[in-house]
Design a protein. Structure first.
Length: 134
């Protein structure tokens, strides 16, 4: 179906390992919540950026210390800063909105997020199937 894959994005997606698929699923969940509960408060986003910088630096220092001479690629470093941004902004967006852990109070929103994740995983499965047959 996706034989040669001239698009670098499709090649990237086809080669995702399980941990990165999980990270993409987290990002999809975040995106659904972000779209439903967006808050234009400048302070919310500045605080999230500030926390991202502080915690991202700590994660980077910790990771570099653990890896020794091994290098972290650019995307890995980006994720070390992105994750605390997403966590802090997610927490601020859902505060006082009756979430149960990370789950919105609405069944519709939960099903939408799960449906988006399922569609993403199905798409990845189709990409990989094309690799085997192509």
């Amino acid at each position: 179906m996706f034989g040669n894959l001239p698009c670098p994005l499709l090649r990237y997606l086809r080669q995702l390992d399980a941990p990165r698929i999980v990270l993409w699923c987290y990002a999809i969940w975040y995106a659904v919540v972000f779209c439903h509960y967006f808050d234009p408060s400048l302070m919310l986003w500045l605080t999230s950026i500030g926390l991202s910088g502080i915690i991202g630096c700590a994660l980077l220092l910790s990771t570099r210390a653990a890896l020794g001479s091994l290098r972290i690629n650019g995307w890995g470093i980006f994720r070390l800063f992105l994750m605390p941004f997403c966590v802090s902004s997610f927490s601020a967006l859902v505060k006082g909105r009756d979430f149960l852990l990370i789950f919105p109070p609405s069944l519709h929103e939960n099903l939408l997020a799960l449906g988006c994740i399922a569609a993403f995983c199905l798409f990845l499965a189709l990409l990989r199937r094309g690799k085997k047959t192509g």
